[in-house]
Design a protein around this ligand. Structure first.
Ligand SMILES: C[S@@+](CC[C@H](N)C(=O)[O-])C[C@H]1O[C@@H](n2cnc3c(N)ncnc32)[C@H](O)[C@@H]1O
Length: 411
């Protein structure tokens, strides 16, 4: 008699794609997947909640690890909620809508803890505080939409693919950003979007929403936003953090009580940390690779009448290798790299400057932990860790870690 896949799964042996398994989800791992075990093997379950018992299907097996999706919830976790977005599961934008907000925050703290332990080999502090987002829906002031001109689809990429999900609404987009999506969709239906425009970036500020590429002249207007008493100008092609309600506290944590002679702001964008640093340090050098962002940072400093800070347009690693020597003693280095983290030469270059204190602002706990390990090898230890939930409904989290040279203590 032929056995069903489920029976086959229960018989034991190596897991194979297509197998169906009854598993219990233990916890959420870095990357946002649920951890489960079956037949002594590790199963990563997408869109899971810790405590779920579910029938899952193994989609692929790589390096002895099974990647599975949920077919049926047998016993839901107490933290499981009904995801409100009709595209959830297919759209690659959100992967935490199945968790109530308290469980999202707890999972993010666990993710940071896990990365610190396993990757950085650092014993995490007993408490890692996480600042919740004041808005858990309609908070994103920036969005990137994909356009499929052949099918007339506009939205986000599907989970794990480059196919476009046609998204008629997005519950995490800020209302004005959502209005821009509707406007673009109307233009698409009227055949007024160019077939060559395959991606649109929308960014909200006090002047409305800007779009890149622009459709109308006003789409390319520059934006501005006030954070902690400083005004920042930026354009649609520049990086500016997406959850504005948390920025004042993020900046405050990034700086801590640092003050002194010389500070570096690496990966500075349009100067979110550069301006407040320039009020605390006699001399600040900001380094940013994107020329448009670097130019905005210069203008933001000029508007704030802060001539004691200068902005270098350069890759951070190159700048540290070529120019840092002439800097003299550096008291404080703040770095806020993209998701890939800092390059090994960047970590080496910072360690060579031997600042008393380093503040690492990160949007990816895994690359943060990798770099913390390198800083530890360079003689720095973790003095504090704090998280900010800039990205509700996703597994992403912002973390600020202060590092001190071996002989230093935080005052
Ligand atoms: C996460 S953003 C942080 C920006 C800024 N600190 C803020 O909070 O608004 C990272 C920035 O690093 C810049 N960047 C990325 N790779 C870089 C590199 N290798 N060298 C210099 N800048 C880089 C990006 O253009 C972006 O502005």
């Amino acid at each position: 008699m032929r056995q069903t896949r489920r029976e086959e799964a229960e018989r034991g042996g190596r897991l194979r794609a297509g197998a169906e398994l009854d598993v219990s989800v233990e916890r959420i791992l870095p990357g946002g997947v649920g951890l489960a075990h079956a037949r002594g093997q590790t199963v990563f379950v997408a869109l899971a909640a810790p405590g779920d018992r579910a029938l899952v299907r193994v989609e692929s097996v790589r390096g002895g690890l099974a990647f599975a999706s949920i077919r049926e919830i047998i016993q839901p976790s107490p933290a499981r909620v009904e995801p409100p977005c009709p595209y959830f599961g297919r759209c690659g934008g959100c992967d935490f809508q199945q968790l109530d907000y308290k469980a999202q925050l707890a999972a993010k703290v666990e993710i940071i803890r896990d990365c610190l332990r396993r990757v950085a080999r650092v014993e995490p502090p007993r408490e890692i505080p996480i600042t919740p987002s004041p808005e858990v829906w309609h908070y994103r002031s920036r969005a990137r939409w994909q356009h499929d001109p052949r099918r007339k689809f506009l939205g986000y990429y599907e989970r794990g693919s480059h196919r476009v999900v046609d998204v008629a609404e997005c519950p995490v987009a800020a209302p004005a950003v959502e209005d821009s999506l509707q406007r673009l969709r109307a233009l698409m239906r009227e055949g007024r979007l160019s077939d060559d425009a395959l991606e649109f970036e929308a960014v909200e500020g006090d002047e409305g929403v800007s779009l890149a590429p622009a459709i109308e002249p006003e789409d390319s207007r520059e934006q501005s936003r006030e954070v902690g008493g400083e005004r920042y100008r930026f354009g649609a092609g520049c990086f500016f953090q997406i959850n504005h309600a948390l920025l004042e506290s993020l900046v405050a944590e990034g700086l801590g009580d640092a003050a002194g002679e010389t500070a570096l702001d690496l990966y500075s964008g349009v100067g979110l940390f550069t301006l407040p640093l320039a009020r605390r340090f006699a001399r600040v050098v900001a380094v940013e690779g994107n020329p448009a962002s670097a130019e905005y940072a210069r203008r933001n400093l000029a508007d704030a009448a802060l001539p004691n800070a200068r902005v270098e347009t350069s890759a951070v690693a190159d700048w540290l290798a070529g120019h840092a020597e002439g800097l003299g003693h550096t008291d404080f280095v703040l770095l806020d790299p993209p998701r890939a983290g800092a390059e090994p030469e960047t970590v080496r270059g910072i360690v060579a400057l031997s600042p008393r204190r380093i503040s690492y602002v990160s949007c990816d706990p895994a690359t943060l932990a990798r770099d913390l390990r390198a800083f530890a090898e360079g003689g720095y230890r973790v003095a504090s860790v704090r998280a900010f939930d800039l990205f509700p409904q996703t597994h992403h989290v912002e973390t600020v870690v202060h590092l001190l040279g071996e002989s230093q203590t935080l005052v």
